[in-house]
Ligand binder design. Structure first.
Ligand code: GLN
Length: 194
């Protein structure tokens, strides 16, 4: 049976698990390398990327996770998870590291610290349908390589549109939080990669 892991170090672990379980998926909360080894896909939740980064190293999960991502493990990162999947980071904290799964530069807290939370109507490019995105101190994709597919964009406080959902190979990242809505399309897109 397909098992999907949710990286359970910090953040919206329960919310992601609930959506996946609602889709009939067997969910494993991943805190150890052996748990990571057993999953067919992984979610890196929203939360605080600098904390997730530190805990990944403290739990000796960083190197095994990078290895599985390089082998093509399907992965979904939301918000802090998007930051974790980036190659490069703008406005990270001193020494903050990422997993380099998507060739993109992500701007952390891009929508502004004062705009703590907002609901934005997006177009989900894979099928042209509308989607509500919940943004909480969200990043955006500042730049990316040409082989990164943009799945949704949103207008920032600067008036420009920026990618807020992307796919590269087996990795999907969203700046918003699909785990705190009843919408399952982003999680279904992850499951389609297995
Ligand atoms: N600003 C947070 C970070 O840097 C991300 C916010 C979130 O995941 N809601 O990790």
């Amino acid at each position: 049976m397909t098992q999907v892991g949710v990286l359970a170090l910090q953040g919206d672990v329960r919310e992601h698990a609930a959506i996946l379980e609602g889709l009939g998926i067997d969910v494993v909360k991943v805190r150890r390398a052996a748990e990571l080894e057993a999953v067919d896909a992984l979610v890196i939740p929203g939360g605080e990327s600098s904390t997730i980064d530190k805990l990944l190293r403290a739990f000796d999960l960083r190197e095994p996770l990078i290895a599985r991502l390089e082998q093509g493990l399907p992965v979904l990162g939301s918000c802090a998870g998007m930051i974790m999947l980036a190659r490069d980071l703008i406005d990270g904290i001193e020494g903050q590291q990422t997993l380099n799964a998507i060739p993109m530069t992500v701007r952390r807290n891009a929508f502004g610290r004062q705009v703590d939370s907002s609901e934005v109507e997006l177009i989900w490019e894979p099928d042209g349908s509308r989607m509500h995105g919940t943004f909480i101190r969200a990043p955006w994709v500042e730049s990316h390589d040409s082989d990164v597919e943009v799945l949704a964009t949103a207008t920032g406080p600067d008036g420009d549109r920026h990618p807020v959902a992307v796919r590269h190979g087996q990795a999907i990242a969203t700046a918003f939080h699909p785990e705190i809505s009843a919408d399952t399309r982003v999680h279904e897109a992850l499951l389609a990669l297995i």
